[in-house]
Write a protein that binds this ligand. Structure first.
Ligand code: SF4
Length: 563
């Protein structure tokens, strides 16, 4: 059967443009793993960036692996075929390093699946000298790596362009000096800012399960791990190095135009993690634009706060003057202007997403969103005026202090938006649809909301159903939402400490049966998810310097208590 899988991987790679296939032999080898399916991983610009970065190093080759499709998974789990890489179809166990790119907590169970299918011991302490080094990086582990601490040899925290080349140089040196695994890990922890080797840190707990302290096992190692930031994002470009017909964005060529955001929305981990806001100049971006336009692809401008880019209009005009088209990942609704919407329309953009987040001013002030009802209505009218008739609205439920009247406010504001859109589109082409996307607020590490609990998922389910029921009769309005039951797991993996790794392992051993895992492991998940935490306690991720002081974060949190 394995020949079918080999052919499938071969065909997938054959349809790509831009992958690299270096010759095995003298080179050091990295298998870059994305803990989700090919389609999702190949649409992640961070993943593609790391692939290009490693392959740029003359001494290294980098290949890829994704979570196998469900029907192929059976083949690998039977144990007869160990998981193999896409490019050279080498077993993962043959690589020197397996590097996981991890943007989302929901993918943690897939990391254990991939290691199991590769026949590699899950626990870092059980791996021998001959087994690959398992390293991880990405947004979610930079926020809080602790639930994964038992499974990884090393984490690289922060922006890959800054930290990864240093680690690869050290790895190469250690190999030349025939340093063993422990020697390499010790040097990484000691010499590389942003490296975190969990086995060198011990956590002490109080009787009430709160963390008493976290300390390095050797005095020569740092108490705090500082996440790395790129200082000058104009020194390089970040764009799609591999183009595939099987990605999520089809004919869109992804390029990053900005990183970081200064707006300070209190729920937004990306906003706090990537500070300060940094913008790429037209001069830097031009080669990326040309690459995309030459392939007749639409240029997808990505970033944490694209619409705050001071030259956004010029960037769009520049692309269009070269007969290209533009797509924007997301835009703050108060940054939409007539000329910008007009350019989007010219680029055949059919749908624009707006994020009011909350239905009334009280909650929008609490989350520090900085927009008003009038901003929302103005944005919607601008879109209609320019002939964009599909609008997607993002709202959160389960926000701190939320009451029934706040849910009513969402329903009310959607009705008002619909009323305004229908009125504005009178005499023009028929208005098509408002899609209302409802997501539960999940507290994230390193944000001012990190001390708040997740709202009870059953209460949230009822609130979502209230919104759905109330808007069901509204023609042209469609309500979509995620199942709140996964939000509990996401919050647990987001806010947990090392003990949560035991639950994750049990869930893996029980084929994803989380209720059974909760019963088997003597760790109370509600302690992490449903508990309102005190600003005095040591949080599992407090040993990471994310770039914003704890006191500043507490001050922001305290402001929300007065609301
Ligand atoms: S504007 Fe957007 S990116 Fe910036 S902090 Fe707010 S939600 Fe995050």
């Amino acid at each position: 059967m394995s020949w079918k899988l080999k052919k499938k991987y071969h065909d997938l790679v054959a349809q790509e443009e831009g992958h690299q296939k270096k010759i095995w032999g003298e080179l050091l080898t990295v298998c870059l793993a994305y803990p989700n399916y090919y389609r999702t991983g190949m649409s992640n610009l961070g993943f593609q960036t790391i692939y290009a970065l490693i392959n740029r190093e003359p001494s290294f080759l980098c290949e890829r692996i994704f979570l196998p499709d469900p029907k192929d998974e059976v083949e690998f789990t039977k144990g007869s075929i160990p998981l193999f890489s896409l490019e050279s179809q080498k077993a993962l166990a043959e690589f020197d390093i397996i590097a996981f790119s991890i943007p989302f907590e929901n993918d943690y169970p897939n990391i254990l699946k991939i290691l199991s299918m590769a026949g590699i011991p899950l626990a870092a302490c059980e791996r021998s000298e001959t087994e690959p080094l398992i390293i991880g990086g990405g947004v979610s582990v930079t926020l809080n790596p602790e639930p994964l601490a038992d499974f990884f040899d090393l984490f690289l925290l922060g922006e890959g362009e800054e930290i990864l080349p240093e680690f690869l140089a050290l790895f190469e040196d250690c190999r030349r000096l025939r340093e063993n695994r422990s020697g390499l890990l010790y040097k990484s922890q000691k010499e590389i800012e942003g490296a975190y080797v969990p086995k060198y840190y011990k956590i002490h707990y109080h009787d009430n399960h709160l963390i008493a302290k976290m300390e390095p096992l050797q005095s020569s190692l740092p108490d705090t791990i500082k996440q790395r930031h790129v200082k000058d994002i104009n020194a390089f470009t970040t764009d799609q190095c591999i183009i595939t017909p099987h990605g999520e964005f089809g004919e869109v060529f992804l390029t990053e135009v900005s990183r970081g955001c200064q707006r300070g929305c209190r729920f937004c981990a990306a906003g706090f993690l990537y500070r300060p806001a940094r913008f790429r100049s037209l001069q830097t971006l031009q080669p990326s634009f040309i690459r995309g336009i030459n392939r007749q692809m639409k240029i997808g401008l990505l970033g944490t706060a694209v619409s705050d880019h001071p030259e956004l209009l010029s960037l769009c005009r520049h692309i269009m003057n070269q007969h290209g088209k533009v797509a924007i990942g997301s835009s703050r609704l108060d940054r939409l202007t007539g000329p910008l919407v007009s350019l989007l329309k010219e680029s055949s953009v059919e749908t624009v997403s707006l994020a009011p987040e909350a239905g009334n001013q009280r909650l929008r002030d609490l989350i520090h969103k900085g927009i008003t009802d009038e901003d929302i209505f103005h944005a919607v009218e601008l879109l209609i005026e320019h002939g964009i008739f599909n609008i997607r609205l993002y709202f959160m439920v389960g926000l701190p202090t939320e009451k029934g009247e706040d849910i009513e406010a969402i329903i009310h504001v959607v009705r008002k938006i619909k009323h305004r859109t229908v009125k504005s589109s009178a005499g023009k082409r028929t208005f098509k649809r408002i899609t209302v996307s409802i997501n539960q607020f999940i507290p994230k590490p390193a944000t001012p909301f990190q001390w708040y609990p997740l709202e009870d998922i059953n209460a949230v389910r009822k609130r979502i159903h209230t919104i759905e029921r109330s808007l069901r009769k509204e023609t042209l309005v469609n309500v979509i939402y995620d199942l709140p039951k996964w939000n509990y797991i996401q919050a647990l993996l987001s806010l947990g400490d090392r003990k949560v790794g035991k639950i994750l392992l049990a869930a893996h051993q029980n084929n994803g049966n989380w209720p059974k895992a909760f019963k088997e492991v003597n760790v109370n998940p509600d302690f992490y998810v449903y508990r309102h935490k005190s600003t005095d306690e040591i949080l599992p991720w407090d040993f990471i310097d994310h770039g914003v002081s704890k006191q500043d974060t507490i001050d922001e949190y305290n402001k929300t208590l007065q609301n």
